[in-house]
Design a protein around this ligand. Structure first.
Ligand code: 13P
Length: 257
């Protein structure tokens, strides 16, 4: 298997006003002093901060992502933002199908698929999220849910270069709970296999699979060492540059912080 460069992306969700840009400056300065070539680092602030975040991160190795996009490039869709607009604001990636969008806004895998295709149209990387609810987890439906979400949400022409898959068990998000390392290994293996079936072995093997859900400095090393875990999608612990840097330090080859 070819080596995959891991990605750690911070999803700020609906958090952050102008003052939060200070955390981005702190992150930038820390990584400028101690670069981390082993890992791609991305921050996904709310849309209102994208342009200013792009200025802070200009000419750095830190990538900028958005949190959602509309499937269409423009039109009468009050309050929505197209992938083209996100690219224009400086984003190079967009999260699609986060469970909070699927649950709060009733997004189906079909919608998520259309949003991923919108991302490609605008030249953005799509970070496609999947994950089972607590009830589905309890009822033993996890593998079926993940398989069908991948089949429905990931466009058939997706490639490892423009697509990232993020597995986030809904019950692990913001709860402090995480699946056991054995479960993460097993489920990321299932995801890898399913991606291979949908995209073919080359692109399926080249697509990064992130784990998300209560990733924090204390558990990042263990989670990131699991086979087929090619990085993390971090929520709460990405809001403070110091916490986020501690997570990123897992990828420091000399293990120094
Ligand atoms: P937490 O890291 O806060 O659990 O959130 C995970 C998440 O939903 C990232 O997209």
């Amino acid at each position: 298997m070819t080596a995959i460069r891991p990605l750690v992306a911070g999803n700020w969700k609906m958090n952050g006003t102008s003052s939060a840009l200070g955390e981005l400056v702190a992150l930038r300065d820390r990584l400028e002093k101690a670069p981390l070539p082993e890992v791609e680092v991305m921050v996904c602030p709310p849309a209102t901060l994208l342009s200013r975040a792009a200025s802070v991160l200009a000419e750095t190795a830190i990538a900028l992502g958005a949190q959602d996009c509309h499937p269409l490039p423009c039109g009468a869709h009050t309050g929505d933002i197209s992938a083209e607009m996100l690219a224009d604001a400086g984003a190079t990636a967009v999260i699609v199908g986060h469970s909070e969008r699927r649950i709060d806004h009733g997004e189906t895998s079909e919608t998520v698929n259309a949003k991923a295709r919108a991302a490609y149209r605008a030249g953005l990387t799509a970070i496609v999220c999947i994950g089972e609810t607590e009830e589905q987890h309890r009822d033993g439906e996890t593998v079926d849910v993940l398989t069908s979400q991948i089949q429905g949400s990931v466009p058939e022409d997706a490639q490892g270069s423009n697509t990232v898959l993020a597995y986030e068990p809904v019950w692990a998000i913001g709860s402090g709970l995480t699946p056991t390392p054995e479960d993460v290994a097993r489920l990321h293996g299932v995801i890898r296999e399913t991606l291979g079936q949908v995209l073919g072995p080359d692109q399926g093997g080249a697509t990064r699979i992130l784990y998300g859900g209560s990733v924090k400095p204390s558990n990042a090393a263990e989670l990131m060492s699991i086979p087929n875990v090619n990085g993390a999608l971090v929520g709460g612990a990405s809001l403070k540059a110091s916490d986020f840097c501690e997570i990123l330090a897992v990828y420091r080859s000399d293990s120094a912080t």
